[in-house]
Structures are given as C-alpha cells and as structure tokens.
Design a protein around this ligand. Structure first.
Ligand code: AMP
Length: 189
C-alpha cells in the first residue's frame, strides 16, 4: 500500500490528547475506504488508535439524493495539535479521492474532528467541538457507544443527553461486520 503517513515531526514535549473522530463514506468500496482511512491515520507515528465504535449504515442527511453512508467513530490519542490533525485529515481525504463538488454530497471518505480533549477551537478552517455534532444521529449514536458521559465543551451537555434531544430522524442501523477490518485494505475496489 502507498505510504500515506503525514510528515510532521514528533515532539516529545507535547502532551497527548484524546480525540474523537467521525469517519464516513458513501462512494466506491465503502468498507475498503474505511479501512484505508483508518490505516492512514494510525500509520502516523503521533497517532494511536484507542477505540472504535461499531459501523453503522446511515441514511444521507442534508443532500439526500445519494447512496447510504457507512459511519463510525474513532478514538485516537495524539500529540498532534488541532490544525495539524485537520491538515492530516484533509490529506487523507484527498488521497482517497474526495472531490468537493457537492456540499454534503457523495464522498469516498469524510473525516471530521469531533472532540479534542476539553479544548474549544474556532478558526477559519476548524471548529472543535464539531459544530454540527449535536445535530447528527450518525455521529451521536456511535459517539455515545464510546463516550456517552463525555461533556461536550461549549454545549455543556453529555453526549447521551445530546442524543436524547437530537431531532435528526434519519435511519442509523448496525452494519455487519461490526468493525473496520484491516484486511479490507487488500480488497479490490
Ligand atoms: P465537510 O465537507 O463537511 O467535511 O467540511 C469540511 C470543511 O469543514 C473543511 O474545509 C474544514 O476546514 C471544515 N471544518 C471545520 N471544522 C471541522 C472539524 N472539526 N473537522 C473537520 N473539518 C472541519
């Protein structure tokens, strides 16, 4: 496989932070897309996979004239800073062939940084916690599996409370196999 790892220097002085990511795909070989993106993330020396939710098949939200998504949430421990993570996520999205033709349209892979420890970030290109996290059941259902008591900074509510209050009615159903499999990276696309 091509080496997708990011070329950022490791800095022993940096603190390690727990981050939550939404990963989604609805174009091409969806299972393979998930596996490739996960592999790209953990091949970075500054990132460690600490947990992953089940995979869910989810009805599109926003632009609905497109195929169903596979979605999951990942827990990554990292010494990278928020903007470095955004750059890495965008590099992986680009490598996996994402073209930004339609807002909320079909995509081989979408990586969103949901939470970065307790930090709140608001810059031109990055908002953390993710600004639409509480509006999307395809994010909240897998996130609640991993961190239902986690308080979302800014909203000051636990993930499970946000899920109870979420008005999104799009279908979110468990997918089989349950989790991302490394051997999917070897499948034909
Ligand atoms: P989307 O097409 O919905 O994935 O949105 C991607 C854009 O959202 C990128 O241009 C990012 O700069 C921006 N963005 C803002 N906050 C975040 C975040 N927390 N995670 C990922 N992308 C973000």
């Amino acid at each position: 496989m091509e080496n997708f790892s990011c070329s950022m220097a490791k800095d022993a002085e940096r603190s390690v932070v727990t981050t939550y990511w939404s990963i989604g795909t609805n174009l091409g070989n969806r299972e393979q897309n998930l596996a490739l993106a996960l592999r790209c993330l953990v091949e970075n020396a500054n990132i460690e996979l600490c947990g992953q939710s089940a995979i869910y098949e989810t009805e599109p939200v926003g632009y609905t004239d497109q195929d169903a998504f596979l979605n999951a949430v990942l827990v990554l421990r990292t010494s990278l800073r928020p903007l470095e993570l955004l750059a890495l996520a965008q590099e992986i999205e680009a490598r996996l062939g994402r073209e930004r033709k339609v807002v909320w349209g079909p995509r081989p892979i979408d990586l969103d940084l949901l939470l970065y420890g307790d930090l709140q970030v608001r810059t031109d290109g990055l908002t953390v916690p993710h600004p639409r996290l509480h509006e999307r059941k395809f994010v909240l259902v897998p996130l609640a599996e991993l961190a239902e008591d986690q308080i979302v900074p800014g909203l000051e509510k636990a993930v499970k409370r946000l899920l109870e209050q979420c008005s999104d009615r799009a279908a979110v159903t468990r997918y089989r196999p349950v989790q991302i499999r490394w051997d999917w990276t070897k499948m034909e696309s």
